[in-house]
Design a protein. Structure first.
Length: 379
């Protein structure tokens, strides 16, 4: 029995009470009220506490069965489940995990592929900045240090590769098929109303948008999760699930003991099995010595931060799972105008993971939770 299940058994009476006081108000904002739910009330309660004074969401899923463990949201008007399942936004650098999986699977890059990066890249009037890090970086280190240059150059080059593909249209169609197999680009048809799909640029869409033509450089920004790509926080959590499971997932669901075959059917991604260990190692390095070192713990966490450019303060995002092997929980955090993913979303995810795996927060973690809960973010 995992620690989350043990906690549920030990504190059955407490959870019964919590269901009345925690789930009922949230249900009024869109969560189902029929039948037993998969939500862990103490986890939900922590998620809601961390989101106080902010606009965003925290989603947690059990990778083994697709059960939604936490679906906490907050908006200026209060909790609203659509913030997590019905509001696609740019995923930022969390999306680099999916990009790496697709490019590795196609054989366009290898784990040893390196790219020079000196603070970013400039091409004519186009300038994309990057974090300070050593150069060049291979793929694992590019994930760990979230190198924009590595991902936009390789993604753009893949789309323009006229040896592997007959045209950019064929390349983008191939790329899109990988993303769709990971549960991105369209509704997954979860058992909650109001789900939206998001955007994955396809050839038809790009032909309509860029009337004068397009190529890999036109859509560079998709390489780092900006531009012509959007995802919901639910989809990002499911992306973390597919990586945690090294290539498979169940459609996320919130009703426990469901008999609906949609939620009992294991779904396989198109990604090559050999690609997953590389990306998992890169996500582990992100926590050990990269952009997510703030959530290092006694158990191995794998994660990827995201900082999403937009008008005003950047959005803060994170996806991850733990433990590294035999994972018990996958998490996504998305906070609008929260700043760097490393500064807010990652620590929030770390607290959710600790609560689930350990059954409670340590004293230092509880202090951190109080500090985060007291932080108010205005647009």
């Amino acid at each position: 029995m995992d620690s989350g299940s043990k906690l549920f058994t030990i504190h059955y009476s407490l959870i019964t009470i919590a269901l009345l006081f925690v789930l009922a108000p949230v249900s009024a904002q869109g969560l189902p009220t029929d039948g037993q739910l998969t939500i862990r009330p103490l986890l939900q309660q922590l998620g809601e506490r961390l989101l106080k004074g902010k606009t965003g969401s925290i989603v947690a899923i059990n990778p083994a069965n697709g059960e939604i463990l936490c679906l906490a949201t907050n908006t200026p008007s209060g909790p609203d489940v659509r913030q997590a399942i019905g509001k696609p936004q740019a995923p930022g650098s969390t999306f680099k995990t999916a990009q790496a999986l697709a490019m590795l699977s196609e054989g366009f890059v290898t784990p040893e592929t390196t790219v020079e990066c000196n603070g970013g890249i400039t091409d004519g009037s186009i300038k994309v900045g990057c974090h300070k890090h050593r150069s060049p970086l291979n793929l694992k280190d590019a994930l760990a240090h979230s190198c924009n240059t590595w991902f936009i150059l390789n993604f753009g080059s893949m789309i323009n590769d006229d040896f592997m593909y007959e045209s950019p249209s064929e390349a983008i169609t191939t790329w899109r098929s990988y993303m769709q197999s990971m549960g991105l680009g369209g509704p997954m048809h979860i058992d909650i109303k109001g789900e939206e799909g998001g955007l994955l640029a396809g050839a038809d869409y790009l032909n309509r948008r860029y009337k004068d033509g397009w190529d890999g450089k036109t859509i560079w920004w998709a390489g780092m999760g900006q531009g012509d790509v959007t995802c919901t926080p639910l989809q990002l959590c499911n992306l973390a699930v597919t990586i945690a499971n090294r290539g498979w997932y169940y459609v996320p669901h919130i009703h426990k003991n469901t008999q609906n075959q949609r939620y009992l059917t294991k779904r396989q991604t198109k990604v090559a099995p050999t690609a997953y260990p590389v990306v998992v190692d890169g996500m582990r390095l992100a926590v050990e010595k990269g952009t997510a070192t703030s959530i290092r713990a006694s158990y191995p966490i794998c994660g990827k931060t995201g900082t999403i450019e937009n008008p005003g303060e950047d959005h803060s995002a994170f996806i991850g799972f733990a433990p590294m092997n035999n994972p018990k929980i996958a998490v996504s955090v998305y906070v609008e105008h929260g700043g760097f993913g490393a500064d807010l979303a990652a620590p929030m995810a770390g607290l959710i993971i600790e609560e689930y795996l350990k059954g409670k927060l340590s004293s230092p973690s509880e202090a951190k939770a109080r500090q985060i809960a007291s932080k108010t973010i205005k647009k």
